[in-house]
Design a protein around this ligand. Structure first.
Ligand code: AMP
Ligand code: MG
Length: 424
């Protein structure tokens, strides 16, 4: 990390920051600034496949075998040689092959072998005819029509060829990748070590769930939502609890966590209130790279460095904390984990079912409800859009993304929508 980076000389950074205004960084610049100061983890570990969900592959995975490993039947049916000179549609059944039978069988002209899905294709076979398409009488089958050559045969190596790159270095391992690796017979693999993420909530008014609460106090929802979002990413969580608005204490905790954590996430205290110390402390301990974004919700969000740790100071308001996490912190943590080519969930254009209030000046992530009706997809915002209305997040299934300079959206106009839930 460049030690001389300050708010002032950030403006000299080539490319991204020519129009940099520390009091109002736009979303794209914020994403670029964040990425510029991140160094992905390099340490590698050898893990059992069953422990690799949400880890990132640290080397290209070369397939040691062909998948499938042998020509096999895609259907329960009959293996035949169909392109006979006489175009005969009658075949004599000579045997049965179940999946798992490794013996070698050979077909002669005019013969058929009853074969099950996954069964090894006998020598001399050019196609498999599904059982539903034959007329069975005694030890003979009659076909209505001859199948195409290759029909219902899964060819050796058609999915993955031996020696080819099955998965690239930097791949984030989801259930599909875990299954694919197992299909290669690989049980141990090299993945990046998990990044460590320390997190705590700040605020004199914040109380842990499960404790009694007084009027004037607030239960700590951010702590739990942040912890849950981190767990979904599979990072190593360092839970530092709730820290009161005490500058010295905050400083001590940050210094300590920067020694072991790759990233530190806090919530609250980044705004301009009298007890908002995060930006000040960050400036004293490291570098503030930005602290005000032209997005809504989430205007006060700080990003900086404390030694080699990346610091994300999320807003205290619960919706703002979640929105800034999903939109800016999540891609950053994935990059730190070593994931290459991370793409955020796709954004689609759909019709708005309602008038959407919006003033120009900030990029908005409104909480939306996307639904399917007879005319296709349409979206409407949840009733309340305040940055403290966490129920807007639970009701929503998508973000409605409204551009910085956009004004209100008329009912019937198209808007950009980003789904919150990925299937895998
Ligand atoms: P702050 O960013 O510290 O000014 O806080 C903004 C608002 O978010 C205040 O109403 C806080 O009470 C609330 N808030 C801050 N931290 C949390 C938290 N961890 N859980 C729920 N609400 C919070
Ligand atoms: Mg506070």
């Amino acid at each position: 990390m460049n030690k001389n980076i300050t708010l002032e000389n950030l403006m000299d950074e080539p490319g991204i920051l020519s129009e940099y205004n520390p009091n109002s960084v736009d979303f794209d610049s914020a994403s670029k600034i964040i990425k510029k100061f991140l160094t992905p983890i390099k340490e590698i570990q050898n893990l059992n496949l069953s422990d690799c969900l949400s880890k990132v592959l640290a080397e290209d995975l070369i397939s040691p075998i062909n998948v499938p490993n042998y020509n096999n039947s895609a259907m329960d049916g009959f293996a035949i040689k169909s392109n006979l000179k006489n175009n005969s549609k009658i075949f004599k059944i000579i045997n049965t092959i179940l999946a798992g039978n490794t013996s070698k069988f050979t077909l002669k002209n005019g013969e058929a072998i009853n074969i099950m899905t996954g069964g090894k294709i006998p020598e001399g076979t050019d196609s498999v005819i599904p059982i539903e398409y034959v007329i069975l009488s005694g030890n003979k089958i009659t076909l209505n029509e001859l199948p195409k050559t290759g029909a219902n045969i899964r060819k050796i190596g058609e999915d993955i060829q031996k020696g080819s790159v099955a998965l690239k270095k930097g791949t984030y391992l989801r259930p599909a990748e875990i299954g694919l690796i197992a299909s290669l017979g690989v049980e141990k693999l090299k993945v990046y070590k998990e990044i460590k993420v320390a997190f705590f909530s700040t605020g004199d008014e914040i109380v842990k769930a499960g404790s009694p609460i007084k009027s004037g106090q607030v239960y700590d929802s951010n702590h739990y939502s942040i912890n849950a979002m981190l767990q979904r990413l599979g990072v190593e969580c360092m839970d530092l609890g709730i820290i009161p608005d005490n500058k010295e204490l905050i400083k001590k905790i940050l210094i300590k966590s920067a020694k072991t954590a790759d990233a530190i996430i806090t919530s609250g205290g980044v705004s301009v209130g009298q007890a908002d110390y995060m930006k000040e402390v960050l400036a004293e301990l490291g570098n503030v790279l930005f602290w005000k974004l032209s997005i809504k919700p989430g205007r006060p969000m700080a990003y900086g460095k404390i030694k080699s740790a990346s610091y994300f100071g999320l807003p205290g308001n619960p919706v703002a904390a979640m929105v800034t996490f999903y939109q800016l912190v999540q891609p950053a943590l994935k990059y730190l984990k070593g994931e290459l080519n991370y793409l955020p969930p796709p954004i689609i254009n759909v019709k708005s079912d309602a008038l959407i209030k919006k003033k120009p000046g900030r990029l908005e992530f409104q909480r939306g409800i996307l639904s399917q009706n007879k005319d296709g997809l349409s979206v409407k915002p949840t009733n309340l859009q305040g940055s403290a209305i966490l129920s807007s997040m639970t009701q929503a299934n998508c973000f409605i993304i409204l551009d910085l300079e956009s004004g209100p959206i008329k009912k019937g106009d198209k808007v950009k929508v980003q789904l919150m839930n990925g299937l895998i």
